[in-house]
Design a protein around this ligand. Structure first.
Ligand SMILES: Nc1nc2c(ncn2[C@@H]2O[C@H](COP(=O)(O)OP(=O)(O)OP(=O)(O)O)[C@@H](O)[C@H]2O)c(=O)[nH]1
Ligand SMILES: [Mg+2]
Length: 222
């Protein structure tokens, strides 16, 4: 059992390394969005595509067990999107991303958002070749999630605390949540947003711009 799992992960890591090379060659910033179901990943991506799509090529790979609903929502913004259905699978893997990229053929120099299947466990262990994982936690889920699902918060470079518009109505303490997240991952960045009202979204766009600049600087130094 353990040996099979190791083989699967090694094969995935090999393909993820190829994806990473391709993203680097094309100047693509790839971000892997992970969260439990319904935290607001697609809403956030729709708003992000609307805000940034005029200036930079935005591409989205939508991972769900079933349906094309999320890819349809993204396409309405004019962004390039493809749906990957994982069936019984609980996460995307590097091969799925590789095949999706062949269908999409995005313009170089853009941002690729990969919306992973909604759950806080399986996607943590699978490298897709992304530059960073971004974990989204909405305030209705409870501030204790970073401690209960530490692998996911440890793997993420950024935590977006979403649905801040609901803070007056739910017992969610932002400072406690940040303290828990930093306990499992002292380096994690944190931005509080409401994808619904737009509050805090400029900081998210600023973070994306900083990641793109970091990639460009890395590419320039070889
Ligand atoms: N109040 C509030 N609701 C939000 C916000 N962002 C998303 N929602 C709502 O939350 C619900 C789920 O949002 P989605 O964007 O579909 O969430 P998701 O993470 O993509 O869900 P899955 O793909 O199923 O994992 C929808 O009803 C959204 O309208 C927000 O900032 N505030
Ligand atoms: Mg979604």
């Amino acid at each position: 059992m353990i040996e099979i799992e190791e083989n699967i992960l090694a094969h995935n890591d090999h393909l993820a390394a190829h994806n990473r090379e391709d993203f680097q060659r094309d100047g693509t910033l790839a971000l892997n969005l992970v969260s439990s179901p319904g935290s607001g990943k697609t809403t956030l991506l729709v708003e992000t595509a609307k805000a940034l799509g005029g200036d930079i090529p935005i591409t989205v790979i939508e991972g769900d067990q079933q349906t094309d609903l999320d890819a349809d929502r993204i396409r309405e913004t004019g962004a390039l999107a493809v749906q990957v259905n994982t069936g019984k699978g609980c996460h995307l893997d590097a091969d799925m991303v590789r095949r999706a990229m062949r269908t999409l053929e995005p313009d170089p120099g853009g941002v690729l958002f990969i919306e992973n299947v909604g759950n806080l466990v399986c996607p943590a262990g699978f490298d897709l070749g992304e530059a960073a994982k971004v974990v989204i936690l909405s305030v209705t889920e409870g501030a204790d999630k970073p401690l209960k699902y530490p692998d996911m918060f440890r793997a993420a470079r950024l935590m977006l605390i979403n649905k801040s518009d609901l803070l007056p109505y739910v017992p969610f303490d932002v400072e406690t949540c940040i303290e828990y997240a930093r306990r499992v991952n002292p380096q994690i960045g944190v931005i509080t947003v409401s994808a619904l009202t737009g509050d805090g979204m400029d900081r998210w766009y600023g973070w994306i711009a900083a990641q793109r600049a970091e990639r460009a600087a890395l590419a320039a130094t070889g």
